[in-house]
Design a protein around this ligand. Structure first.
Ligand code: NAD
Length: 452
């Protein structure tokens, strides 16, 4: 069995790799288990130094990693460069975090009570194809900083950057067995990690559907899980907002990474009194998105990941959908799909399901209460934006939205040092920032009697 890795912009084969099965997954867990006692015993200072060396190597191989990611995902090289920059920053952050998660002493009678943060052991990390290296680093940084060893399973479509990162980890001096990458099918290797008795935790990012099966599979061994799942986020634009700014930014909040972004603000909610003006501005801004060769510095949007995924995305804009704008794509090879704006109500399929492609639905609302009601009328709760010049309203709405990661007068809500994760069926647990360390360690309480 092999995995064929394809460039989605050219349909050329980039690599053909052996596809691991259950035996290879078990062997990787075995290596991680064997490496755990020594890795947890590495002093915090040295663990921090090793992570910092990995961060520095990522910086030194910045262009090489960005090209691997751009070719494998079809993402524009400028975006891939920014993502690799974030990967280095993530390892720098967790290098510094190793000795900054402290225990507590708790007043009790008859002695001293103290808490420790213990590593979990072997953790299985399962990641999707849309931001392969970035999302891997969000899990690897805190997992390794806490003293765990890791089996990382990249998506079958995009394993190349994870394999390169594992080589860099060895070069950085991180011992053999601490970071293991296994390339194979989710239903085989992923499933095995979920059920394996020696895997203490699964850090999963992917679809809500597979997340549900991960949660079920983990029940057999009461495995810890964190789930970063799908989204259907709202970009809420009030009539008193800076409409020009909001409209200029909105395309990039949904067409970035060709819409294959769990944080995509794919429902654009606009107050009725500003709807027509905003729609005009949005069409103009969307016309300006530069779609084309991912290797070109100026390109802003590339193709979708695969032919099969393009079929799925297409199914959202077939019959009955009210299309406001359809952009251009390059002809020829590649899994291209145009930037598409549609008008909708919140109960249509386009507004309910995650498209994971460059399609946004414009939905009008009456007033603040209506905006909150529509924004929350979804099973998801990952991200979202609020555009208004009224500061009190901005905070009122931010508190009322059932969503884990919000931005006001901005669509930017993912940062190395701040918590990221979902409400509702977008998952649970937090990545990034100091919060992520909670998901990769267990609290131990020790009472020490002072009586003799
Ligand atoms: P997916 O759920 O199909 O696959 C994700 C990973 O799970 C892959 O590595 C896959 O091989 C593996 N997998 C598949 N079946 C499995 C099983 N039965 N057991 C264990 N592992 C299994 O998702 P995808 O198509 O790769 O990615 C797109 C989805 O990911 C979207 O829904 C998107 O919203 C979500 N996503 C969420 C976040 C977030 O942080 N919330 C970030 C990026 C992507």
């Amino acid at each position: 069995m092999t995995v064929t890795v394809v460039n989605p912009a050219t349909e050329e084969t980039l690599a053909t790799l052996p596809s691991a099965g259950v035996d290879e997954a078990d062997a990787a867990v075995g290596r991680a288990k064997a490496a755990f006692p020594a890795w947890r015993a590495v002093s915090p200072r040295d663990r921090g130094r090793l992570l910092r060396r990995l961060a520095t190597l990522v910086e030194e191989h910045h262009e090489d990693l960005a090209r691997i990611e751009s070719d494998n995902v079809g993402k524009p090289i400028a975006g891939a460069r920014a993502e690799v920059g974030m990967v280095a920053d993530v390892f720098h952050f967790y290098a510094g975090a190793v000795d900054k998660r402290h225990g507590e002493t708790i007043p009790v009678a008859g002695g001293v009570d103290m808490t420790f943060r213990e590593p979990l052991g072997v953790v299985g990390l399962i990641v999707p194809w849309n931001f392969p290296l970035n999302i891997s680093s969000w899990k690897l940084g805190p997992a390794l900083a806490c003293g765990n060893t890791v089996v990382l399973k990249p998506a079958e479509l995009t394993p190349l950057s994870a394999l390169r990162l594992a080589e860099l980890a060895l070069e950085a001096g991180i011992p053999e067995g601490v970071l293991n990458v296994v390339v194979g099918k989710g239903s085989v290797v992923g499933r095995r990690l979920v059920e394996h008795p020696d895997v203490a935790k699964i850090g999963f990012t992917g679809s809500t559907e597979v997340g549900r099966s991960v949660m079920e599979g983990a029940a057999g061994t009461i495995k810890r899980v964190t789930l970063e799942l799908g989204g259907k986020s709202a970009n809420v634009v009030f009539a008193d907002a800076d409409l020009e700014r909001a409209a200029a930014a909105a395309p990039y909040a949904v067409f970035d990474n060709a819409g294959q972004d769990c944080c995509a603000r794919s429902r654009i909610l606009v107050e009725k009194s500003a709807y027509d003006r905003f729609a005009d501005l949005l069409v103009t801004a969307t016309r300006g998105v530069r779609v084309g060769d991912p290797r070109a510095d100026e390109t802003e949007m590339g193709p979708l990941i695969s032919a099969a995924h393009r079929e799925t995305v297409s199914s959202f804009v077939e019959n009955g959908v009210r299309t406001l704008f359809t952009g251009d794509t390059p002809g020829g090879k590649g899994f291209w799909f145009p930037c598409t704006l549609v008008e909708a109500t919140n109960d249509e399929r386009i507004a309910r399901e995650e498209v994971f492609g460059p399609v946004a639905a414009l939905i009008p609302f009456e007033d603040e209460a209506d905006a909150i009601r529509i924004a929350n009328d979804t099973p998801y709760g990952l991200s979202g934006s609020i555009w208004t010049r009224n500061g009190a309203r901005a905070l009122r709405v931010a508190r009322a939205l059932e969503s884990g990661v919000l931005s006001i007068n901005s669509n930017s809500s993912v940062r190395v040092s701040t918590p990221f994760g979902g409400f509702k069926q977008s998952g649970f647990g937090r990545e990034l920032g100091m919060h992520a360390l909670d998901g990769y360690s267990e609290v131990k309480n020790v009472f020490y009697s002072t009586e003799e």
